[in-house]
Each structure stands twice: as C-alpha cells, then as structure tokens.
Design a protein around this ligand. Structure first.
Ligand code: PEP
Length: 255
C-alpha cells in the first residue's frame, strides 16, 4: 500500500447466521484485533440486524465498526419486515452493505433500488458498502467489465465520496463457491472500477474510496489478493464466522 492509499478495510458479512451466543466470536475477533491489527487495518462486522446494537455496544471505541446487511430506502413507514438506515444508525452501526448479489438475485433488487438504499445510508451518516459483480454467464460472455461499469453507474449515488462509500467487487460465481478469479482478473476489474469512480465521485475522491474484493477470501489466498493493485481490503462471507480465519485474512490486509 502506498502512503496515499486509504487504510485497508476487511468487512465480514455474517448473512443469516448468528445468535446472541455468537458474541463469543466477536470477542475473539476483538481480542485478536487489539493484539496485532488495531490502527493497521479497519474491521467491520455486519451481523444480522438482531445483533447490531449489542455488537455495536461491545465494540464501541475499538476500531471495529458494525454494519447492517441491507436497509430500506425510506426513513420509516409501512414496510413490514424491513429496516431503515436510521434504525441501524440508532443501534450504533457505522456501515451498511447494499446491493449484495444475494439481494439482487433473491429480492430482485435493481441498480435503482441499490442506489436509493445507498442514498438513505448517506442521509443517515452510514458508510454504504455498494456491491457489484458479474455472474458466471456474464463473465463467460466477456461482459464482466460492462456489467460492473453499469452497476457502478446505476448504484452509486451522487454525493458519494471517500468517506461515505466503499465499493465491493464480488463476482457472483466466486461467492461461497471456493472459486476465485485470477489476480490478473481482479486487477483488471478493480482498475476499471477506480477509473469509473473518477467520473462518479470526481478525480480527487476516487483515490480515497476503498475497493474491496469479495468472493471466497480465505487466510490462504488473502495475501495474494491484497497484493493486487487497487485492492483496498476484502468483503468476507463464510470465513468471517470463524474468528481465527477472519483475523488471518485481516493480518494479510494490514498496512
Ligand atoms: C459474500 O457473500 O459477500 C462473500 C464474499 O461470501 P464468501 O466469502 O463466503 O464467498
């Protein structure tokens, strides 16, 4: 990482996993972070919404941020089952993931939906982690860069900057499969994301936006991925549920 790069961020997406007893995993992550990583890499944990407030209380002042996995675009109202960005913020969250491919796929979220959610996050003072990434078919059809460019253009709101936006490149076919793109493929996509961000957030801010790679990141491949240009951290699914794995990944990413 050169001196002008932002501090790396390793974010864990717990998805629909975790009960009150999982605070034990958070305690282990916090202990490992305090020991060797604090100040060298930022950590975020995005547990299920039921755990956000308790986790935020536990990590207050620790350098570990807590995040939601989704938010509604509206501030409040008759949207049964949804959670507003303001509620996450009220619970102590600092981040929210928007546009994860599982939501794009299972909840049919469009770029416009993702953008509206990111806008809600920004209005509330949350950092939006906006996910983009191609499917296997799109990659095989040679459409990866066009897909990612389109998602970025459609999903990143005006007013985004290095302080309120993180972009996660997550090839859909790499999520939870154990498959990862080559370092060269990751480099190509991250370069295009960085170039496109210049047109969206402006030339000065684009360098400050952290671009995470996500998709089957493990302690064994983290160092190689972090060595790729324009990779500023990782969004980690399965491996973030095991403290030693998550810490192993974060160690590879520390500045
Ligand atoms: C994810 O779902 O954001 C993810 C990266 O999952 P995994 O690390 O399990 O592939």
């Amino acid at each position: 990482m050169s001196v002008d790069r932002p501090r790396p961020l390793v974010a864990g997406n717990w998805k629909m996993n975790g009960l009150k007893a999982s605070a034990e995993v958070l305690d282990q992550i916090k202990a490992g972070y305090d020991d060797a990583l604090k100040g060298r890499v930022d950590l975020a944990i995005c547990p299920p919404a039921t755990l956000v407030a308790a986790f935020a209380e536990k990590t207050a002042g620790s350098g570990i941020g807590i995040g939601g996995q989704d938010c509604h675009a509206k501030e409040s109202g008759a949207y049964t089952g949804n959670i507003a960005a303001k509620m996450l913020k009220d619970g102590g969250a600092a981040y929210v993931i928007v546009g994860h491919s599982e939501r794009r796929q299972y909840e049919r979220e469009t770029d416009a939906d993702v953008r509206a959610k990111a806008e809600a996050a920004h209005r509330t003072g949350l950092i939006a982690i906006v996910c983009v990434g191609e499917t296997k078919d799109e990659r095989e059809a040679g459409r990866t860069l066009d897909v990612v460019r389109g998602q970025l253009k459609g999903s990143v709101p005006e007013g985004s900057n290095g302080g309120n936006l993180v972009v996660a490149y997550e090839p859909v076919w790499a999520i939870g499969t154990g498959l990862t793109p080559t370092a060269a493929d990751v480099a190509e996509v991250h370069k295009v994301i960085r170039e496109n961000l210049a047109g969206i957030v402006g030339p000065a801010e684009q360098a400050k936006v952290r671009i995470l790679y996500g998709g089957s990141v493990k302690p064994s491949n983290a160092a190689e991925l972090m060595g790729v240009a324009d990779v500023d951290g990782a969004l980690v699914g399965g491996a973030s549920l095991v403290a030693s794995d998550f810490l192993g990944i974060a160690s590879a990413y520390r500045a």
